[in-house]
Write a protein that binds this ligand. Structure first.
Ligand SMILES: Nc1ncnc2c1ncn2[C@@H]1O[C@H](COP(=O)(O)OP(=O)(O)OP(=O)(O)O)[C@@H](O)[C@H]1O
Ligand SMILES: [Mg+2]
Length: 250
């Protein structure tokens, strides 16, 4: 379970995430939707312990991310925005390194490496240096490292960004296949993806949660029955929130 309570992140006068609370349970594939700058990546960075909140608490698999970071991180896989990795390493060396970090040994290590290499179709690029890979392959390597220890919780920041249509389909199929017993949170700008993989969607803008429902229920809020119309209706005109003092000077 992910339990987020009154989570806030301020960057100077900008409140990027503004007092949000929600829980996510096993079996849920939660789509995080919102315009550029809404606070999606910032929230994901805080859930995964990469960024400390200004205030609020996060528990993942029963562990407080601030106080038991190692236990919380052990049960999570994270694909950060832009899928950064060690660009001078080969794909094989990078995945072996992640296997070391995750403490995988013996037969399980071999089978997990084989599994992600085949799922993300990386066999042909294992000896290639990561910085020479195309954007989509770099993202696939990022997904492979997130899945390597078969975590209970997956936080994937725009997992299909830059993938070709075949790989988009593969990754969506993969997310569907993993969704039964895991918690998966994805951010995306592709609203059809929300229909394809998510059973819950949160629309966030200006650091606040503006809607939280099933994709079907959300879509039915527009006369057209289209999620993109609902998205536009809900998020148009929402500005990032600045402190009162800053707003007075603006
Ligand atoms: N390190 C930082 N310092 C200052 N402001 C930041 C920093 N990181 C993010 N922000 C600001 O916080 C806000 C939320 O950014 P965030 O990256 O979470 O948005 P997002 O919803 O992921 O957007 P996108 O769809 O473009 O990925 C933005 O206004 C951004 O400029
Ligand atoms: Mg982002």
């Amino acid at each position: 379970m992910i339990e987020i309570s009154h989570l806030t992140k301020r960057y100077g006068p900008l409140t990027a995430v503004d007092d949000i609370s929600f829980t996510v349970e096993p079996g849920q594939v939660l789509g995080f939707l919102g315009p550029n700058g809404a606070g999606k990546s910032t929230t994901m960075k805080m859930i995964t312990g990469f960024l400390a909140p200004t205030s609020g608490t996060i528990r993942v698999c029963g562990h407080d991310v601030a106080h038991e970071p190692l236990a919380a991180k052990a049960c999570m896989g994270y694909l950060p925005e832009g899928a950064p990795s060690y660009s001078e390493m080969t794909v094989r060396a990078f995945l072996e390194f992640i296997a070391d970090v995750r403490g995988l040994t013996g037969e399980r290590r071999r089978s997990r490496l084989d599994d992600v290499i085949s799922r993300l179709a990386l066999a042909g690029v294992l000896e290639q240096v990561i910085e020479t890979l195309s954007k989509g392959f770099r993202r696939r390597v990022g997904l492979a490292q997130a899945l390597l220890h078969d975590p209970q919780v997956l936080i994937l920041d725009e997992p299909t960004d830059g993938l070709d249509p075949n790989q988009k389909h593969e990754v969506r199929t993969l997310i569907n296949a993993m969704s039964k017993d895991k918690i998966i949170v994805i951010s995306t700008h592709i609203l059809e993806e929300v229909d394809a993989v998510c059973n819950r969607a949160i629309i966030i803008a200006g650091g606040r949660i503006l809607a939280d429902d099933t994709p079907q229920a959300l879509a039915s809020r527009a006369p057209s029955g289209r999620l993109d119309d609902v998205f536009r209706q809900i998020t148009m005109g929402i500005k990032p929130s600045h402190s009162k003092q800053e707003a007075a000077h603006a």
